[in-house]
Design a binder for this molecule. Structure first.
Ligand SMILES: Cc1ncc(COP(=O)(O)O)c(C=O)c1O
Length: 395
């Protein structure tokens, strides 16, 4: 880890950690767009390869721009080590490959991202790793699902798309009492709003594609945790299997991190305003947003998170037909499955992000045909409301 003042607050860490100026004395972080590095001599090459001498060898292993991103995000999450990955999914895959083995069992929240479920159900079993699912907020169910061979609990909080919460502190205590690791997907909150490691989690995974970038430009991911689990075990998978982050993408994410706290505060304020407005709309049957008093875990959200976040899900009356009508009537909102962008996005989870699940799995996760997810961007809230009104007013 690079040196930084441990007293620095998040906003300062997001801007200042990790950049060691080159001989050019550049102010902004440079992009080291190079796949390999040159050694001064055969002896130096040998020393680097044997690990006797630290330093760059090859960009699948390390790259200075990627390292700057890793050190900055580690400092923001409060972790000893971070490895950057090519996508959020490869962060989750690398975590599983690095920390689990044949015969191990995983307990996951039912309400996790669709591709995470496919990874757990279709691909991990090929390597002898089984997964059981429980309701995110049912602590007794988590405890009951833990078997002697359980090694990991996996949670996404708030969940996508319903913004249900898992109690990270309670889950960490449960995991540690049973010799398991707690992995938290912190994609929706980011370290600007929630720091799972401080609440006892062992590993944080990210899709950097979302808020860390913040402007919908690049695909990436990250795993943060201690030096042994992440710096050695997960890094070993990256170095060998190669789902490494591109230096260009790392630079894009570095620029994203610099404004992360500001953006997350603004996303949350806009989402709160939109959620309160949606609750007043006659065509809306229910609004899921942790900042609303009507959210069943509102109190936990206020303790665990600095702000409720930018994702609002709501159910329209009339099922899929009405949901599609609202989506198709928008002129400004972007119909896209991505989230965490300055541009507000709207999606129908049942037929997109969660489309590969069976209807039974979807319903168990609470994803109905009338559900719409809005990732509230940074446009004027009044304009977002007007755009949604076009469809809502016709229901
Ligand atoms: C909560 C969550 N985790 C992980 C991912 C996967 O990230 P990526 O698309 O960068 O692979 C997503 C993607 O949408 C997500 O929403």
């Amino acid at each position: 880890m690079s040196d930084f003042d441990p007293e620095w607050e998040l906003a300062t860490r997001a801007i200042r950690v990790g950049h060691e100026r080159s001989a050019e004395n550049e102010h902004a972080e440079p992009i080291f767009m190079t796949s390999s590095f040159v050694f001064a001599s055969a002896a130096e090459a040998a020393a680097r390869f044997s690990g006797e001498q630290p330093g760059n060898i090859y960009a699948r292993f390390t790259n200075p721009t990627v390292r700057t991103f890793e050190e900055r995000l580690a400092a923001m999450e409060g972790g000893e080590a971070c490895v950057a990955t090519a996508s959020g999914m490869s962060a989750i895959l690398s975590t599983c490959m690095g920390l689990l083995q044949q015969g191990d069992h995983l307990v996951s929240s039912r309400s996790v991202f669709g591709s995470t479920v496919v990874l757990f159900d279709k691909y991990l079993p090929r390597f002898g790793i089984r997964t059981s699912y429980v309701d995110l907020d049912d602590l007794a169910a988590w405890e009951a699902a833990i078997l002697p061979e359980t090694k990991m609990l996996f949670v996404e909080t708030p969940s996508n798309p319903l913004t249900a919460l898992g109690d990270i502190r309670a889950l960490a205590e449960l995991a540690h009492a049973q010799d398991c690791l707690l992995v938290v997907d912190n994609c929706f909150c980011t370290p600007a709003l929630q720091r799972p490691l401080e609440l006892g989690a062992d590993i944080v995974v990210h899709s950097a594609t979302k808020y860390l970038d913040g402007q919908g430009r690049a695909l990436g991911g990250a795993v943060v945790g201690n030096a042994k689990l992440v710096g050695e075990e997960v890094y070993g998978v990256l170095r060998t299997a190669g789902p490494s982050m591109s230096p260009f993408n790392a630079w894009v994410f570095l620029k994203g991190l610099e404004t992360l706290e500001l953006r997350m505060r603004a996303h949350s304020a806009a989402a709160q305003q939109l959620a309160e407005w949606l609750e007043q709309q006659p065509a809306v049957a229910h609004v899921h947003y942790p900042g609303l008093a009507s959210h069943p875990q509102h109190d936990l959200a206020m303790q665990q998170q600095k702000a409720p976040g930018g994702i609002v899900a709501f159910e329209v009356k009339g099922g899929r037909e009405s949901a599609w009508q609202v989506i198709d009537s928008t002129r400004m909102l972007s119909i896209t499955a991505n989230l965490g962008d300055t541009k507000t996005t709207i999606t129908h989870p049942a037929t997109t992000t969660h489309g590969r699940l069976s209807e039974e799995q979807r319903l168990a996760a609470g994803i109905t045909q009338g559900l719409i997810r809005v990732a509230v961007g940074l446009e004027a809230v009044g304009d977002i409301q007007k755009d949604l009104s076009r469809g809502l007013d016709g229901i």
